[in-house]
Design a protein around this ligand. Structure first.
Ligand SMILES: CC(C)(COP(=O)(O)OP(=O)(O)OC[C@H]1O[C@@H](n2cnc3c(N)ncnc32)[C@H](O)[C@@H]1OP(=O)(O)O)[C@@H](O)C(=O)NCCC(=O)NCCS
Length: 308
């Protein structure tokens, strides 16, 4: 039955306590500390965070933001996608149109701001999930009712950081013999990093920027001469959760062991920060991660999309 009394308003930082309480009991497969929830809700100046109230009580929360996705190297062309980052309705308010009111308003807002498609979760750099956790049973029917179609799967991998010391000195000596140097990136490496990303993964520039903004930068680089041939980052988003990624080795430098060294350097950082586990979010190349660091599938997600 439609919820006649649902009222939407902007969700403000002063609502964090209530939003966190609602999130904890409504989205049990996405436990996050309040600072991470705040980062998703308000961490993007172009985002919209909404509260749905019923009789003055918080019944649901949702937020979305546009995402400029480069479709060609060097950002020559891009596509503006809309992403719903978070959406949850308190169990006692479900099946009354609260989720629909939130989703419709977020989709309208994103469409008005030029987004041509809508996805759930996936966005960069500031996202929590690469889709909808398969354990949220109501979500597929709810999203189908709003015209979103399922487009595939995504996974997060987990790494037990206690299983190794992640020492890379021997491998780095081998790389040095092949004239490849490896180091934590610094400000002066930005042009070389940008050239690598422009050439191969322009969509990862925002996440790399976030990692470069950490102190010290949470990004490691492999170079041949002055050219960057590989990179790996961590803590670009969701830093309190121990998130690894993105990473990439230029096609001409693959097979040398560059990726494994860069990955392990990041895992060593995360272990030193006190994390017991690392999350490799939205992961492709599973066999690489399994071999390089014993990663296993930790969570599965369904991906959804519709045109706006
Ligand atoms: C998914 C969720 C947001 C739906 O919120 P809601 O307020 O209950 O959704 P609505 O009442 O607006 O539902 C609209 C339509 O979606 C479909 N739907 C919603 N929940 C459903 C369910 N449990 N089973 C089958 N269909 C469902 C129905 O077609 C429904 O219309 P109807 O009630 O007239 O049949 C809510 O269940 C929730 O918070 N789940 C946990 C978090 C989550 O899954 N988040 C990801 C959301 S993308």
């Amino acid at each position: 039955m439609p919820e006649r009394d649902v009222a939407l308003r902007p969700l403000r930082p002063a609502d964090l306590g209530a939003a966190y309480a609602l999130w904890q009991r409504s989205a049990p497969f996405d436990p996050v500390p309040p600072p991470v929830l705040a980062e998703k809700l308000w961490g993007d100046p172009a985002g919209l965070a909404l509260a749905a109230e019923v009789a003055g009580a918080l019944a649901g929360i949702g937020c979305g933001a546009p995402w400029e996705v480069p479709t060609e190297p060097a950002g020559r062309r891009s596509q503006r996608r809309g992403s719903v980052r978070l959406l949850a309705v308190a169990p006692e308010h479900r099946r009354r149109g609260v989720g629909s009111a939130l989703l419709r308003t977020l989709a309208d807002d994103l469409g008005r701001r030029g987004a041509t498609s809508l996805r759930i979760g996936e966005a960069a750099p500031n996202y929590l999930t690469p889709g909808v956790d398969v354990r949220y049973e109501a979500a597929p029917a709810f999203l189908a009712a709003h015209g979103l179609r399922e487009t595939g799967e995504a996974v997060n991998l987990g790494v037990d950081l206690g299983r190794d010391d992640w020492d890379t000195s021997d491998d780095e000596q081998r790389l040095a013999a092949a004239r490849v140097s490896v180091r934590r990136a610094s400000e002066t490496d930005r042009p070389a990093l940008a050239a690598l990303l422009d050439a191969h993964w322009p969509a990862w520039q925002p996440e790399a920027d976030c990692a470069m903004g950490n102190r010290p930068p949470t990004l490691h680089l492999a170079l041949r001469g002055e050219s960057a041939i590989g990179f790996a980052a961590h803590s670009a988003t969701n830093a309190p959760l121990g998130w690894f990624g993105p990473m990439g080795t230029a096609p001409e430098a693959r097979g040398l062991g560059v990726g494994a060294v860069l990955l392990k350097r990041c895992l060593a950082d995360l272990k030193a920060e006190g994390h017991a586990r690392a999350t490799i979010a939205w992961a492709a190349a599973l066999p690489f991660y399994e071999r390089a660091c014993g990663a296993t599938v930790a969570r599965r997600f369904r991906r959804f999309e519709r045109a706006l």
